[in-house]
Ligand binder design. Structure first.
Ligand SMILES: [Zn+2]
Length: 89
């Protein structure tokens, strides 16, 4: 079993997803059971996972075609009117 210092140092030096599976298991077990560093290192692992997911899906997120939400022209006109009204007052 790793100590709190070893878990924190490992997560500081390497991405969680890049670690060998046995090391991920031991670290996850420590994080689940530890009352001292568990909450902090869970957030670190969540941040690593978030970054990993973002990097994997970065191209799809940046494509304009992946955005399915568009305003129709009447709503755009309403927004333009409101902006010009607020600028004139
Ligand atoms: Zn700990």
């Amino acid at each position: 079993m790793f100590t709190c210092k070893q878990v924190s140092k490992t997560l500081n030096n390497q991405q969680f997803n890049a670690l060998p599976i046995w090391k991920r298991f031991v670290i996850k077990l420590h994080v689940k059971l530890c009352v001292f560093c568990g909450k902090y290192n869970k957030q670190v692992i969540d941040n690593h996972d978030l970054c990993h997911q973002y990097i994997r899906n970065e191209d799809a997120l940046n494509e304009a075609s992946s955005c399915k939400c568009f305003l129709d022209e009447s709503k755009k006109a309403t927004i333009r009117e409101k902006i010009s009204e607020s600028l004139n007052t």
